[in-house]
Design a protein around this ligand. Structure first.
Ligand code: TXA
Ligand code: MG
Length: 351
C-alpha cells in the first residue's frame, strides 16, 4: 500500500487541510497523527474491522486494548456507563490533555477495541491537529502509539514513517511532540482511582482533584522487580527496547559515572560499540565515543521529550551496549524511569 504523507503546521492550518484525512477515517482507513504526547495510529474506534487493521498494522497482540480519542465531553457519556462524578471533575481540570481515564464501557464500544475488557479508556488530546482530525472525521478515534509493537513510541513523523510506511493509508506530519511520553492512565472503574501508567500528569496533580489516588501495584513493583500482573495489559509486554542491550546504572552520581566509565572501557576494549545515555550536566564526564544527553536535569520535560527519539538512534547507530544514568523519581521523572526500566528489560546495575 502507498502511504500518503501530509505536512500540517500545528500553529497555523485550515481545517480543510484535514478533510481527506477525515474521509479516510470514515472509510475505515488508518491515519497516523500527532498528539501532544506521542503520535497515534488512528482508526474508527467503533468499527471492528478497522480496529482489527490497527492491531495488524502494529503487530500488536489483540488482548491489548486501545485508547479512544474524543474531541468533546459528550462523548464520555456515549462511550462509558456509570461515569463517576470524579471523572467529570478530572476532565474539567486535565482535558484536553495527556490524561486517559478508564471507565466501564457502554455497549457501543466493540470488544475488539477494549481487548475483551469490560472497560474502555478515553482521552481528549490537546494537540490542535489531533482535535481537528477527530472533529473532521465525525468519529471516535482509537489510537495506540504509532510504532511497531515493542519499539519506542514515535515522537516525530519520521519515526512513524520508519515503522509504518506501506502499512497504513496516511501519516500526518505535524512536527515533534511536545511531551514525548504517553498519557497518564487513571483507572476509575474500581473503588479507588489507580494510576496504571505514570505520565506528564502526576499523582500529585491528580490528588488536587481526587481525595485518594494510588499507583497500580505493577507500577511500584517494577522498582523492586517483584512480579505482579500489570492491570494495563500493554504494560506487561517488552517495550520501547532498542536492539542493543540497555543497562540502567543506579547509585550516587559520582559512583554511577565511575561505574559507567569502567564498563564502557571494558566493552570498547573488546571492540563492542557502546554508548552512554545521560543528562546534560554529566555529559562531559564520560569517556566514550557515543554519549547521548537527554537534556538538563533541571528540565524534566526536555528529558521526556527526547527519550524515545534517542532510544531509536541507538538502533540507527548500531550500538550494541548502552549504559544509562538513572533519574531521581520525582514528578515526571517517575514516568521517565518507568519507560527506561522497561526499555532496559529491567537490567539494572546498582553501585
Ligand atoms: O498518549 C497516549 O496515550 C498515546 C496517544 C496516541 O494518545 N496512546 C497510547 O496508546 O499510548 P497505547 O495503545 O500505546 O497504550 C495504551 C495503554 C496500553 O498499555 C493498554 O494496555 C492500556 O493503555 N489500556 C487501554 N485500555 C485499557 C483498559 N480498558 N484497561 C486497562 N488498560 C488499558
Ligand atoms: Mg504504545
Amino acid at each position: 500500500m502507498d502511504t500518503e504523507i501530509i505536512k500540517i503546521d500545528r500553529e497555523n492550518f485550515e481545517r480543510q487541510e484535514l478533510r481527506h484525512a477525515g474521509e479516510l477515517i470514515r472509510a475505515g482507513a488508518l491515519v497516523a497523527f500527532p498528539t501532544e504526547t506521542v503520535y497515534g495510529l488512528g482508526g474508527d474506534a467503533l468499527d471492528e474491522a478497522t480496529v482489527a487493521k490497527i492491531y495488524a498494522a502494529k503487530g500488536r497482540p489483540s488482548d491489548n486494548p486501545l485508547i479512544v480519542h474524543i474531541a468533546d465531553l459528550k462523548a464520555l457519556d456515549e462511550l462509558a456507563v456509570e461515569v463517576p462524578e470524579l471523572a467529570y471533575r478530572l476532565a474539567e481540570r486535565f482535558w484536553p490533555g495527556p490524561m486517559t481515564m478508564i471507565l466501564k464501557k457502554s455497549s457501543i464500544v466493540p470488544d475488539a477495541t477494549t481487548g475483551g475488557l469490560p472497560t474502555v479508556s478515553v482521552r481528549m488530546p490537546s494537540d490542535p491537529i489531533a482535535r481537528a482530525l477527530i472533529s473532521e472525521s465525525q468519529r471516535y478515534i482509537a489510537a495506540p502509539s504509532a510504532n511497531l509493537s515493542g519499539r519506542p513510541s514515535p515522537t516525530a513523523a519520521e519515526h512513524v514513517i520508519e515503522d509504518l510506511s506501506g502499512r497504513i493509508e496516511m501519516i500526518i506530519d505535524g512536527g515533534a511532540c511536545d511531551i514525548g511520553l504517553e498519557s497518564s492512565i487513571l483507572d476509575l472503574s474500581g473503588e479507588v482511582p489507580m494510576i496504571l501508567r505514570p505520565g506528564y500528569i502526576t499523582k500529585e496533580d491528580f490528588e488536587e482533584i481526587a481525595a485518594r489516588v494510588e499507583y497500580d501495584r505493577a507500577v511500584l513493583a517494577e522498582r523492586v522487580q517483584e512480579s505482579v500482573v500489570a492491570k494495563a495489559p500493554g504494560m506487561k509486554y517488552r517495550h520501547y527496547a532498542p536492539k542493543g542491550q540497555l543497562y540502567l546504572i543506579e547509585g550516587k552520581r559520582a559512583d554511577v559515572i565511575a561505574t559507567i566509565n569502567q564498563l564502557v572501557a571494558e566493552k570498547e576494549g573488546a571492540g563492542i560499540r557502546t554508548a552512554v545515555l545521560c543528562a546534560e550536566e554529566t555529559k562531559k564526564q564520560y569517556h566514550c565515543a557515543h554519549v547521548y544527553s537527554l537534556g538538563a536535569l533541571s528540565s524534566e520535560k526536555e528529558i521526556s521529550a527526547h527519550l524515545f527519539a534517542v532510544l531509536r538512534t541507538f538502533d540507527t547507530e548500531h550500538i550494541s551496549v548502552i549504559y544509562s544514568e538513572s533519574f531521581e523519581e520525582t514528578k515526571l521523572s517517575l514516568a521517565i524511569m518507568n519507560r527506561l526500566r522497561k526499555a532496559a528489560g529491567y537490567q539494572i546495575i546498582r553501585c
